[in-house]
Structures are given as C-alpha cells and as structure tokens.
Design a protein around this ligand. Sequence first.
Ligand SMILES: [Zn+2]
Length: 248
Amino acid sequence: MRDDFQERFARQISLPDIGEDGQRRLGRATVAVVGLGGLGSPVALYLAAAGVGTLVLIDGDRLEVSNLQRQVLYVADEVGQFKAECADRRLHALWPGLKTRVEPQPLAVDTASGSLAGVDVIVEATDRVAAKLMTARVAHQLGKPCVHGGIIGFEGQILTVQPGRTACYGCLWSGLENEPARTPRGPLGAVPGVIGSLQAAEAIKVILGIGRSLTDRLLICNLLTMDWRTVDVRQNAGCAICGTLHKI
Ligand SMILES: [Zn+2]
C-alpha cells in the first residue's frame, strides 16, 4: 500500500508546494461536492485522482441521456440511476483508497448543516442560483471555505470564499434566488470541464494553504473568445448571508 501511495502520487509529491506532507494532508481531508453534473464531474474526478481522502457526494438527480454530453463521470449504461451512486462506483474504481459518503438527494435547508459539518472544503457545483445561495449560507454558518463555480453557454465563473473574511456568493448575487428559471442554453461540454477542473485546483490549494486563491476575485472566462479576466469583488455589508448590517 505504501509503495502504491508513493507511486500513484509521485508526480504530486515531486511538487515542492505539495511534497509528501501535503499529499498526506490531502489524504486526511474531506471535501463535499454539492452537485455531480457538468461541474461536479471533473471536480470529483480530479479530487479523487489527487488522493483527497474523503468525498461527500451530494446530488439527488438520476442520470439522463442528455447529461452525457458534458457529465464525464458517467457512461450510457447508467442512464436512470442516481448520479451520486454512479459517481461513487466510478471514483472508487479510480482510487480504491477513497472514502465516500453518498447522499442521493439534493442539499436541503433542514439537512444541509448535517451534510456539510465535518468537511474541510465545500465545492459548490450546482446549476441553480437558489442552491448556490443555500450552499453559500450554510458554508458561512458552519465557517467552511467554499469554492463556487457557474457556467452558461460558453462562459464560466469561479469564486472561492473564506467565510467571514472574503466576499461570499451572496455579496455578489443576493436576491437572485427568486428569479424565474430560464430554459438553459448550453453549455458546451468543455466549459464545465474547464471550470470544474479549476474548482478542484482551488479546493486542493485551500486544503494545503498554498498559492493564491480566487478570494475577493471573480474569475470570468469565455471559451468562445478565450478572454479570461478577474474582477476584484468586496464583501458587501448589506449581504444577506455575511453582511454586518444584518447583525446590528
Ligand atoms: Zn456575503
């Protein structure tokens, strides 16, 4: 097992920012992946492949044939099955040392705290604003770092949040939870592939405390034009989630 560990993670261990200590720290870490669709697929695959010890896999949907265009965790034979259970099988096949907690139901207000307590990092990979805001709220209440990703069409965005210290999802997008749902456009499958991969990298950096996170910076990238930019963002005192005005 030790040889397998050394051999399997040799490339990461060879990175000065990770090394054997960092690799062991990844092995002790628990990450919740909220949403196992287009974004959650590369998130879960890269975190498992990187040797993150425990993944909490949260998604209440069953696989549909139209998901296969972008949700690379799954194969055609699994249509109709719960994504969380399919993901569990696939990720164990990739990294047999992985521990998982499988929750084949959507994150809900009354159970979210229980689902997300005890994790080191939350990766929010849902496709609905209400779910994003709920995840952000629970992450803030529990004091957990959270990596948000969002996509539409050819465009993607990422924001990493250190609770109470940096701008949260609600600082940017509060009030949008009641927006009427629009018919989804796209995305091109490679867009969540890119954004989800970046979310996995952000989660690993947060676990290890290395590099510079996308905190107080929103990364926006357009794969049609290949324009990538970061926009500085700030905590909003009036934020419904983390704002100080609500506490006065
Ligand atoms: Zn906020």
